[in-house]
Design a binder for this molecule. Structure first.
Ligand SMILES: [Fe+2]
Length: 202
């Protein structure tokens, strides 16, 4: 991740495109053609599912708004595998070219402030930052359990977060920073991610 170039700008998309989204089919097409790695695809689907559920259940947003959260989650790492050094820039430019709603593009640009140099502004931006790292971490924890997500509890995740050798590539600093920025309790988000993520496995 250290070779990623910052985006060099903080504003994305065009207000005139508000409300324009990719259909579910178009979004999944993009995912499957850009991302050969199944594990990465699953990660993107998990972030998408948790984002959408958060928008609906915690923010009380209507379906059309929650769909944008799903879309941003689904595509946030679309260019990571093929363009590791230009991660984020390529997918942003693609979505700008396709005239997608600026809030979706802004959200994708906000998912790693330390890497891309973009501060999360909206609730959607802050939540992708918080959910992204935590989702990957919790999935890593599930993979080493015989029963995967079944019976997984919040405390065991919190304990693993305090164990630097477990999933060492996941930045604990980013997780702490993200939940602070979102103004939510880490415990609550861990619980939510476990609940929602357990059914997203394809
Ligand atoms: Fe990610």
């Amino acid at each position: 991740m250290e070779t990623i170039q910052p985006l060099g700008r903080t504003s994305f998309g065009n207000e005139a495109n508000k409300g324009n989204v990719l259909s579910k089919e178009e979004a999944l097409d993009l995912l499957y053609s850009w991302v050969p790695n199944e594990r990465l695809r699953l990660h993107m689907k998990q972030v998408a599912g948790v984002m959408q559920a958060w928008a609906l259940e915690k923010e009380g947003l209507p379906e059309t708004e929650a769909y944008k959260w799903w879309l941003a989650g689904l595509l946030h790492d679309a260019d990571w595998e093929k363009y590791p050094n230009d991660h984020c820039r390529i997918i942003i430019e693609e979505l700008e070219k396709r005239n997608i709603d600026p809030s979706v593009i802004q959200c994708i640009a906000s998912h790693g402030p330390r890497h891309f140099g973009v501060e999360p502004q909206s609730t959607m931006d802050k939540m992708i930052y918080a959910i992204d790292e935590l989702s990957g971490f919790i999935h890593a924890a599930a993979l080493i359990r015989p029963n995967r997500y079944e019976g997984m509890d919040v405390k065991s995740i919190q304990k693993k977060l305090k164990t630097p050798s477990f999933a060492a590539q996941v930045s604990r600093e980013d997780i702490t920073d993200a939940v602070n920025k979102a103004g939510i309790a880490l415990e609550d988000l861990v619980k939510f991610v476990i609940e929602k993520q357990k059914d997203i496995n394809i």
